[in-house]
Design a protein around this ligand. Structure first.
Ligand code: UTP
Length: 409
């Protein structure tokens, strides 16, 4: 992009400050900044006025989950189907590791965090150990693991896996890909500058994973390998079962487009997104959108009708994902800490949220699909998320849960 064109584009969106330091930059920096301006979608910044406002929602109705008792009764049947599907090479896994992990506050990618007490146990290591449990159950059939990073953490993540010999997983069964980025702004929608030659950006949300895979040409790999099911999961749940054969089997046998691992809520007002139907399609209602009436609603057995929270572990049908790939997902505005330079060009690392990031979320992908199986798992056995350093959903609470499950740290 030429300077004149960049000026015009910035003017159109009220972002002229992006070129404030242009004259001080080297030729290479100038070129890089013009390129970034060219590639940036400034139109999304307008959405910052929607911060704190939920989008329009449709009509909610309960969606029954497959409960533990039913899963237990059909465990052998489901596990057999799951193992056959894995052995046939039809299952892949996608680790969502593109997030910035700002709440944990480490400078490294979250997966590099050492949660060990008496020995070193990295989060990435725990994930590979969990995946290897499935591989062993499937008699050594390795599952292709795709790892989504972002331009901010890709090099560190790739180098870390290499240094650690991929934690014993075959290198050729791991593929890294980068997710897209979105600009980050102050509360008035003015983009922050990360440096004099760079607009502040952040990963575009955890729904970016499939479109970013397609962009990286990985659909070819999926087709070549005959992958029909993709288990996606968050980097920070150190207890989760990955491509768990029983879950794979239940999803396949139920002939749904996506299976969703869920946990029973521990209180009607627990702060967790709940699986439901919205205008007849699978969806997730956020805790703050649950009315008293919905909290009090009961199913045919007298149990709460909106009772199963999602834990970001989904088994997607690949063909269904391709069908919805061109759908434009809603943009969510989230308030976060955004590093930037101030008006004097000095670097600022904010202690508290100072602006908006724009993200697409997996829950909106679910809503595009026609059918979903909420599949109950035992919270204490499969859900130990690490979001914070201490307190709720922290390194401390995850260590405690690992201990309860006999995992040495
Ligand atoms: P979170 O929203 O909990 O993670 O995402 P975060 O954004 O890294 O954390 P904070 O809010 O800054 O502390 C849940 C999962 O989705 C991934 C994260 O890496 C995590 O596994 N994620 C999130 C992405 O892969 N890309 C994104 O753009 C956002």
């Amino acid at each position: 992009m030429k300077l004149e064109e960049a000026k015009k584009k910035l003017e159109q969106f009220g972002q002229e400050h992006v070129l404030k330091y242009y004259d001080e930059l080297s030729e290479a920096q100038k070129e890089a900044l013009l390129d970034q301006i060219d590639q940036t979608d400034f139109a999304i910044l307008e959405n910052c006025k929607n911060l704190g406002k939920g989008g329009e929602r449709g009509e909610f109705a309960p969606l029954a989950a497959m409960q533990l008792s039913e899963i237990e009764a059909k465990k052998d049947e489901f596990t057999k189907i799951g193992i056959e599907t894995i052995k046939a090479g039809k299952v892949a896994a996608v680790l969502l590791a593109g997030g910035m992990g700002t709440r944990l506050g480490s400078d490294n990618p979250k997966g590099m965090y050492n949660i060990g007490i008496t020995k070193t146990v990295y989060i990435f290591q725990r994930i590979i150990e969990n995946l290897l449990d499935t591989v062993n159950q499937a008699d050594g059939s390795y599952i292709h693991l795709f790892i989504m990073t972002s331009e901010k953490n890709n090099d560190a993540t790739v180098a870390f896996f290499k240094e650690n010999n991929y934690f014993g997983y075959p290198e050729e069964k791991i593929t890294f890909f980068k997710q897209d980025m979105a600009p980050a702004s102050d509360y008035d929608g003015k983009v922050y500058m990360e440096a004099k030659d760079r607009i502040s950006t952040s990963p575009n949300g955890n729904a970016g994973w499939f479109s970013s895979m397609l962009k990286a040409g990985l659909d070819e790999t999926l087709h070549k390998e005959g992958i029909e099911w993709i288990d996606i999961f968050a980097v920070d749940n150190v207890l989760q079962r990955i491509a768990d054969p029983c879950f794979v089997g239940a999803t396949v046998a139920s002939k749904v487009e996506v299976g969703a691992k869920v946990v029973r809520k521990n209180a009607p007002d627990e702060k967790v997104g709940v699986m439901c139907l919205e205008d007849g399609k699978p969806s997730i209602v956020e805790y703050y959108e649950l009315s008293q009436e919905m909290m009090d609603a009961k199913d045919a057995n007298g149990d709460p009708a909106y009772n199963y929270g999602v834990i970001l572990n989904y088994m997607f049908n690949e063909a269904a994902l391709e069908r919805i790939a061109s759908k434009q997902l809603p943009l969510h505005v989230v308030e976060k800490k955004i590093g930037h330079i101030d008006e004097n060009g000095n670097e600022v690392k904010p202690e508290s949220p100072n602006g908006c990031k724009f993200e697409q979320l997996v829950l909106d992908m679910i809503h595009e699909l026609d059918s979903c199986l909420p599949y109950e798992v035992v919270r204490e056995k499969e859900f130990a998320p690490i979001k914070n350093k201490t307190g709720v959903d922290s390194v401390e609470s995850a260590r405690e849960l690992c201990k309860k499950n006999g995992i040495e740290l």
